[in-house]
Design a protein around this ligand. Structure first.
Ligand code: ZN
Length: 278
């Protein structure tokens, strides 16, 4: 599943390709991906010119000159391909935007879980999908005090709290494991038990892990590959995720795996002891 760093890689790849291009035709092969009336969607976007490609968390925002914004979430396996009109169409391509230079932006999604919504600058943050999200670790509103106060309100394990996007946006399963390892916090620790200094460590580790992953183009695990076949290299930097049985890079203890909220979770049982264990 693409996470924030992979989506950022997609954004950086698409931005220079799309800027200044105008949509001349749209074909929708799987209507459920488009969360509005198809005819209206095509009517509003044909003739629109790409101004920029932005991102928040795992959402891509295609911004047009007329201030319309196409919000796209790739979910499990969505990808964008930039191909010439003449190139063969893969059966998993569900939405096709033809551009004024004879190229096409093709949305490919084997699982068909991805979504596209059309809004504008004024209404963007009112979208139900965006309204309840927390802050990205990079935003100035994401402070240790903010995190600590949010953590105080829940007994849920810190791993689940970081995954659910209401407090911090952009940490998926891989990155939460890496963040908790760096912050030396056991994934099952109830959020309420964390100190302000631990909240600060989580915040610092989140910024460090995401920045490094963005710099390396994200992480390619299993089927995920960003647009144009750019592979992420952050998997070479993983310290605990997918490392079951391998020695912890800090203390040498074999990395363990368990389920937290149904998600495979990797951790070092020595570096990340539950609070009160010692
Ligand atoms: Zn260790």
């Amino acid at each position: 599943m693409p996470e924030l760093p992979e989506v950022e890689t997609v954004r950086q790849t698409l931005r220079p390709i799309l800027q200044g291009r105008t949509i001349t035709a749209i074909d929708i092969h799987w209507p459920k991906i488009v969360h509005m009336d198809q005819v209206l969607f095509c009517h509003l976007l044909i003739g629109a010119r790409f101004h920029d490609v932005e991102r928040f968390g795992k959402y891509l925002f295609f911004v047009f000159d007329d201030e319309q914004i196409l919000v796209s979430h790739l979910r499990m396996e969505g990808k964008f391909y930039y191909q010439a009109e003449a190139e063969p169409m893969d059966k998993h391509v569900h939405v096709v935007f033809t551009l004024d230079n004879g190229m096409q932006l093709r949305y490919h999604d084997v699982r068909k879980f991805g979504t596209m919504e059309l809004t504008n600058r004024h209404s963007l943050w009112q979208l139900p999908s965006l309204r309840k999200l927390g802050y990205e670790p990079f935003q100035e509103q994401a402070t240790a005090t903010y995190l600590f106060e949010k953590f105080q309100r829940t007994q849920r394990p810190i791993k689940s709290v970081l995954l659910d996007q209401h407090v911090l946006v952009g940490l998926g399963n891989i990155y939460v494991d890496e963040v908790l390892f760096r912050a030396k916090i056991h994934p099952l620790t109830p959020a309420k038990k964390l100190t302000k200094s631990q909240a600060e460590k989580i915040l610092d580790a989140s910024v460090a892990v995401l920045e490094k992953a963005i710099a390396l183009g994200g992480t390619t695990i299993r089927t995920y590959q960003s647009t144009l076949g750019v592979d992420g290299r952050f998997q070479n930097e993983l310290q605990v995720h997918t490392k079951l049985g391998e020695p912890c890079p800090v203390c040498g203890t074999p990395i363990e795996k368990m389920k937290v909220g149904g998600r495979g979770t990797y951790y070092c049982p020595v570096c990340q002891q539950e609070k009160g264990d010692k």
